[in-house]
Ligand binder design. Structure first.
Ligand code: MRU
Length: 339
C-alpha cells in the first residue's frame, strides 16, 4: 500500500543489496524506515523483537530469511536455521507454514535461486490471498453508516500488503463507499494507535483512535455497524486466536447484535489444531505493560514508566474467541465454515 504516495510492502527481497528488507514497525508512526540485512539471524531477531509483526508478515519474513540462510549457510539449514526461525514466536501459525514451505522447497530444488523463488512465491501468494479477502469482505462491511471497528493491526504492515481486515475496508473505499474506522488503540503495544491509524491515514480513510475500553460502549450507543479483526491462528473448529482484547470485543458485539467478522488467509488456518485450547498463547515481557514509548513535542523519543516501581504485570499477547461469537470467518475463498 501507499506511504507518502509510493507503494510499499512490509517485507520484501532487496535485489540490489541481496538481502531481506522490512519496515521497522517499532519506529512508526513517528519515523518510517526500512531495514535491509544479509544475515538470517537479523531476520530472526526482527521477528522476535516485533520489528516485523502480524501473522502473514511474520511468515513472509521467515520465508525470505530462510532463503537467505540457504545462500549463506546451507549445511546448517535444517539443523540450525529452520529451528531458529520456528522458535521466534509461538502463536501465529503462518510462521510454521512458511518454515514448512521452505523446508519442502529445500528438498526438491536446493539452489539459492530456487529457494529465493520459493520465498518470493510464498509472499506473493499471501498478497493475492489478502486482496481476494477484501473482495469477499467489502460487501459484508457495507452496512448502515459504514462505521467499522477494528482491533490491533490487521493491515498491510501485518500482512505484507493489503492487510486482512483492512483489505475489506480498502475495497469498500475503492467502490466509492466512505468507510469510517474506529481504531482500538490495542494495549499494550498499541498496534492500532501506532500502525493501523497511520496506514488508514496514508490511504485517506477517515478514522479515530479510541481506548480499547471504549469499544463496548460505542456498540451500546449504536455507533458501530460492524467489527472486523484479523487472526493469528484458526483452529479446526473455528476458534480464533488474535490479539488480546479480541475475545472481549466478541462478547460486546454479541451482546449488542453487531456482526463480528474475522478476516484471514488460508495460511492462518491450522487444521492440526482441534480447538482454541490447543493454541499456544504467547506471554510477553512485563515491560510492555509497565512502560510506554512516545515522542515529546520536539520530536524526541522517550520511554517512560507508567506504574509504580516493583509492581509486576500480566501480559498475554493473544486470546481465543470461540467460533460461536464470530459472525463469519472470511478467507480468500469467501466465508469459511468448520468441516
Ligand atoms: O503481536 P502481533 O502484533 O504480531 O499480533 C498481531 C495480531 O494479532 C494481528 O491482528 C494478527 O496477526 C492478524 S494480522 C493480519
Amino acid at each position: 500500500m501507499q506511504v507518502d504516495g509510493l507503494p510499499y510492502r512490509a517485507v520484501s527481497w532487496n535485489t540490489r543489496r541481496g538481502g531481506v528488507e522490512w519496515i521497522e514497525q517499532r519506529l512508526l508512526p513517528h519515523r518510517f524506515e526500512a531495514v535491509v540485512s544479509g544475515d538470517p539471524e537479523d531476520v530472526a531477531v526482527a521477528i522476535e523483537t516485533m520489528q516485523v509483526r502480524g501473522a502473514p508478515s511474520i511468515g513472509a519474513a521467515a520465508a525470505f530469511g530462510l532463503a537467505l540462510a540457504w545462500q549463506k549457510d546451507a549445511p546448517r539449514f535444517h539443523s540450525h536455521w529452520l529451528p531458529r526461525m520456528r522458535a521466534t514466536r509461538p502463536t501465529a501459525v503462518n510462521l510454521f507454514h512458511a518454515c514448512d514451505a521452505m523446508a519442502k522447497c529445500s528438498e526438491s530444488a536446493a539452489s539459492p535461486t530456487r529457494m529465493l523463488e520459493c520465498a518470493q512465491a510464498y509472499a506473493d501468494a499471501e498478497v493475492e490471498r489478502n486482496r481476494a479477502i477484501g473482495e469477499h469482505l467489502a460487501p459484508m462491511l457495507a452496512r448502515g453508516r459504514r462505521r467499522i471497528l477494528t482491533h490491533c493491526n490487521a493491515g498491510w504492515l501485518a500482512a505484507v500488503d493489503w492487510g486482512t481486515a483492512t483489505s475489506g475496508i480498502y475495497h469498500l473505499a475503492q467502490a466509492g463507499e466512505k468507510p469510517f474506522v474506529w481504531v482500538d488503540e490495542t494495549r499494550p503495544r498499541l498496534q492500532g494507535a501506532r500502525l493501523t491509524a497511520w496506514e488508514l491515514a496514508q490511504e485517506g480513510i477517515a478514522c479515530r483512535i479510541q481506548a480499547d475500553a471504549a469499544a463496548a460502549w460505542m456498540m451500546a450507543k449504536g455507533e458501530v455497524d460492524a467489527v472486523v479483526v484479523g487472526a493469528d491462528r484458526i483452529a479446526r473448529n473455528g476458534d480464533v486466536a488474535n490479539k488480546i482484547g479480541t475475545y472481549a470485543l466478541s462478547l460486546a458485539a454479541r451482546e449488542h447484535g453487531v456482526p463480528m467478522y474475522v478476516a484471514a488467509p488460508s495460511s492462518t488456518f491450522d487444521p492440526a489444531c482441534p480447538d482454541g485450547h490447543a493454541i499456544p498463547i504467547e506471554m510477553r515481557d512485563d515491560s510492555e505493560v509497565l512502560m510506554m514509548d512516545g515522542i515529546d513535542d520536539g520530536g524526541q523519543g522517550h520511554r517512560v514508566r507508567i506504574a509504580a516501581a516493583g509492581v509486576a504485570a500480566n501480559n498475554p499477547a493473544f486470546d481465543v474467541t470461540p467460533f460461536r461469537n464470530v459472525s463469519a470467518i472470511v478467507s480468500e475463498h469467501g466465508v469459511w465454515q468448520p468441516a
